[in-house]
Design a protein around this ligand. Structure first.
Ligand code: CO
Length: 498
């Protein structure tokens, strides 16, 4: 794809720059050494940034219908503390990726509307899922896990990124069981750090498994990293589309969006399964609060509380204030779908709802919820300092639009003071577009905002990706690494300290 010279419109970006970030990755690099092209890498930033996202968006001349249907590609950027970094990337060798690489065309339908060549007749009644492993990547003990929420995790070698294959996590999962792509990392609310995650099977009733894994070896308790420590199973009325959740010391908090699912167009080969989801105007969104193992309510039944209208993919954080559970989430006023006849590269941002950060206070005694908007600026991919996960936090970092209101591509990073409302902004506009920022605390941090924010940027001028390191407190630019790779807009990633 070629990119015209930048002509930012009134909104401050050029559509050709934006859409040039959707492409195939054609290389797999191994430990390519990099030095910053601007600034200096902080000496304390030592560890590995892992990122996941769709790396293959076209086969045999056919484009995916939605980038979320692209095969997962993992990038690892290792910071050795010597002023440089090393970059590696690998596709996850899923069964579907291998078969389609061989065939040179799509052999599977995508959840977000990608169809096999041949029209509805060729797609009807083919309800096989291709586990594309493209949503998140996390380290659990000796495993690196590539996650995709509709099926099981793929295990990779954390150093070489080589795919070891699907894993049941030592029998914790049944073969083929769906495993969330949004684990939450409890920094140690009950003494030991945990990876808390879930598995959901949905239908007229939805069955939810809540799982807690040890993340570190512990000689005193005999726990080993990756070991399943606790689980519970609950069932709830209604269809559930659960992408993310949040934790507090006592609760796992889920938001059951008011959506309905009509599988017929999917079965008939007209739409992807994800395109059969729509807002249910007569439905009622609900919070499900599931008591956590080790918490004050362990073993009790879940609490169910009506939630405000709107649609949520991602939460910022949750915490407890006495008998009130506070959840901060990015709300859309409708389910943002891409119709079967739309090309995702030519979407009209003005016609799709923007994400806005809101705080819901759930009063457990009365079962009532009060909602407050925290910011009017379109945002996504928000996080707090990982040591404040599940606890009240002062600051959130998130990807935002350059414009103060309205829907636009994500081009800037915002640090929001959740108490005072004060904000700072760093912007990649007009020619840069950001993916999920990660806040990495400094090793000896005393302040909540002491550390760095790692930002993958699609650089429309270079038609390649940069990794920008910001100071987490001031959002001043510390360093820019110009990567010798063009990485399409990504999904989620994680930081593993050395
Ligand atoms: Co997500």
């Amino acid at each position: 794809m070629t990119v015209a010279p930048s002509r930012p419109d009134a909104r401050g970006y050029d559509r050709a720059d934006w859409s040039s970030g959707f492409r195939n990755v054609s290389q797999e690099l191994s430990d390519v050494s990099l030095r910053p092209s601007r600034g200096q890498l902080p000496a304390g930033l030592v560890g590995t940034l892992y990122r996941n996202g769709p790396g293959r968006l076209e086969r045999g001349g056919q484009w995916v219908h939605h980038p979320f249907d692209g095969d997962g590609m993992i990038c690892a950027l290792r910071f050795d503390g010597d002023g440089g970094a090393r970059l590696s990337n690998r596709f996850v060798r899923t069964e579907g990726w291998q078969a389609e690489e061989q065939a040179g065309r799509f052999l599977y339908r995508g959840v977000f509307g990608t169809q096999k060549p041949g029209g509805p007749l060729a797609n009807a009644f083919d309800v096989r899922l291709k586990n594309i492993a493209n949503t998140h990547v996390v380290r659990l003990g000796e495993r690196l896990l590539a996650l995709w929420e509709a099926a099981g995790p793929h295990e990779l070698d954390p150093d070489s990124l080589e795919t070891r294959g699907l894993t049941t996590l030592d029998g914790a999962l049944r073969p083929g069981e769906a495993f969330s792509a949004h684990p939450r990392f409890d920094p140690g609310h009950h003494g030991r750090p945990r990876m808390v995650t879930f598995s959901v099977r949905t239908g007229p009733r939805s069955s939810l498994r809540l799982l807690e894994f040890a993340t570190h070896d512990d000689a005193a308790s005999g726990e080993r990293a990756g070991q399943l420590i606790s689980e519970r199973q609950d069932s709830f009325a209604g269809f559930a589309f659960l992408h993310d959740f949040a934790i507090t010391p006592n609760w796992a908090v889920f938001l059951q969006n008011a959506v309905r699912f009509n599988p017929l167009p999917f079965v008939l080969g007209q739409k992807g399964a994800g395109q059969c989801l729509s807002s249910d105007p007569n439905g009622q969104a609900r919070f499900w609060l599931v008591p956590r193992a080790g918490g004050r309510h362990a073993g009790e039944a879940p609490r169910i509380v009506d939630a405000p209208d709107g649609f949520v993919f991602h939460h910022l954080n949750a915490w407890e204030d006495g008998d009130t559970v506070v959840v901060e989430s990015i709300f859309y006023n409708d389910f943002p779908a891409i119709g079967p006849d739309q090309d995702f590269r030519s979407i009209d941002f003005d016609l799709i709802p923007e994400g806005l950060l809101e705080q819901c206070r759930i009063d457990l005694a009365s079962g009532t919820v009060t909602t407050q908007r925290l910011s009017e600026r379109c945002c996504e991919f928000a996080m707090v300092n990982p040591s404040r996960e599940g606890l009240s936090s002062r600051y959130g970092w998130m990807a935002v639009a350059e414009r103060e209101t309205g829907n636009d591509p994500l081009q800037a990073i915002k640090k929001l003071d959740l108490i005072s409302g004060e904000r700072r902004l760093w912007s990649a506009a007009p020619r840069g577009f950001v993916s999920e920022p990660l806040m990495v605390p400094a090793p000896d941090a005393r302040g909540e905002d002491e550390g760095w924010v790692l930002v993958p940027v699609w650089n429309g001028a270079r038609c390649a990706s940069d990794l920008v390191v910001l100071d987490a407190a001031s959002l001043a630019e510390c360093a820019v690494l110009e990567l010798p790779l063009a990485i399409p807009y990504g999904l989620h990633g994680s930081w593993v300290p050395a």
